[in-house]
Design a protein around this ligand. Structure first.
Ligand SMILES: *Cc1c(COP(=O)(O)O)cnc(C)c1O
Length: 389
């Protein structure tokens, strides 16, 4: 038990109140109920409801992506994106050791193998210098493809992830992927509302994916989205997520094995209402982040800031502690006090199913794994009433 942590707990309580404080919880203070009732009354509660198209248009407008294709969840969005990138059995897909399991599950669904490239300590996202180093040491170009010299497999795609909504060095990653003929898919599940300069995350590669799970920046209950600026990919994405059915007035004709991955209208109805509130929720979350930053600067806590020139959505605020022992003590003390905190994920390359996958030593990811914790980051109850339409 340390006084310093007790003081931080008191500070978190000054933001969030005396009850149990979750890490992140959804806010439904907009037109959620109205839109849900409207969807129910329309009878079109499944994937042909008008809400689905409307939600897609809202997300496309907000992110600046030309096309947005809704999915049942973020994992499904990743799965389809990997297939659209041409990933096949036996291919290799570059990703990061520090991510949520969904990224690697989706890669596994395609029967490709993940290869884990280290992250930068400051962004907690894929490191351009580690990516370049691994590609230079292990790959060569053959027939317009990037081939792993050791395994003979094609390195087909690269899936970096904007950790906790902090934008990674995505422009550099995009340049490297382009130079090596690797398709870039941004896992932007955590970064709706995060920007690099004037460009929203998810616009730097061929494809990107979002998640609207209950713990994310906005939620549809469960849901995901594929973003792309390529019309052909967008059409393929819509086709594949809707059982690959050929449009016809009454006949059922399907031209390939497709997926029933399209978002139901009930979920999209929730999403439309959430999108209307997103800018205001973002403003409040930025204020909370600023308060944490000021407190941390004054009280010797190492807050993890977004890179200069980027704007984070502050989905989850993160602290970098001194070492593993400090982290364990911190987690225990805060959670015992009813202030929910969590460690960063276990490294993917240490999990049973991925322990034989190739990696580059992942030194920074290991360093971060021992030190990073998330602290409560929701829109506080007291400020929910200030949200208006
Ligand atoms: C949430 C998340 C996903 C997708 O999750 P779903 O629960 O399937 O919507 C994918 N990648 C990352 C990094 C995530 O945090």
């Amino acid at each position: 038990m340390t006084q310093k942590t007790d003081d931080l707990i008191a500070f978190v309580r000054s933001l969030y109140g005396d009850e149990f404080i979750p890490l992140h919880r959804p806010v439904f203070n907009g037109r959620e109920r109205d839109y849900l009732v409207r969807a129910v009354d329309s009878n079109f509660v499944s994937s042909v409801g008008v809400e689905v198209n409307r939600f897609e248009d809202m997300v496309a407008d907000y992110t600046g992506a030309k096309y947005a294709i809704s999915c049942v969840n973020g994992t499904a969005a990743l799965h389809v994106s990997l297939i659209l990138a041409g990933v096949e059995q036996g291919d290799e897909v570059l990703s990061q050791p520090l991510t949520f399991i969904a990224t690697c599950n989706a890669i596994s669904y395609t029967k490709a193998k993940p290869v884990f490239i280290d992250v930068d300590r400051d962004t907690m996202g894929m490191s351009p210098s580690s990516l370049q180093a691994w590609l230079t040491a292990n790959t060569h170009q053959k027939d317009g493809h990037c081939v792993n010299k050791n395994t003979g497999a094609v390195v087909r795609a690269c899936v970096p992830m904007h950790t906790f909504g902090l934008p990674l060095r995505i422009k550099e990653i995009a340049d490297i992927c382009k130079a090596h003929n690797i398709v870039l898919i941004e896992d932007a599940a955590e970064s709706l509302g995060s920007w690099v300069g004037d460009t929203h995350t998810g616009n730097f590669g061929a494809l990107a994916t979002l998640s609207f799970n209950g713990n994310k920046v906005i939620t549809t209950g469960g849901g995901g989205m594929i973003l792309t600026n390529d019309e052909a990919l967008a059409k393929r994405a819509k086709h594949m997520t809707t059982t690959s059915k050929i449009p016809h007035p009454y006949e059922f004709v399907h031209d390939e094995v497709g997926f029933n991955y399209r978002m139901p209208a009930l979920n999209a109805a929730l999403g439309c209402a959430q999108m209307e509130m997103l800018p205001q929720m973002q403003a409040i979350k930025a204020t909370i982040a600023k308060q944490y930053q000021d407190y941390c600067a004054k009280n010797d806590w190492n807050y993890v800031h977004p890179l200069p020139g980027t704007k984070a959505n502050y989905w989850l605020n993160a602290l970098c502690l001194d070492d593993l022992a400090t982290r364990e003590a911190f987690l225990k003390q805060t959670n015992t006090a009813g202030v929910m905190t969590r460690p960063v994920w276990r490294l993917m390359n240490e999990l049973e199913m991925f322990k034989d996958c190739e990696h580059d030593g992942v030194a920074n990811a290991k360093w971060l794994e021992a030190r990073i914790v998330n602290i409560p980051s929701s829109v506080p109850d007291a400020q929910i009433e200030s949200l208006t339409l």
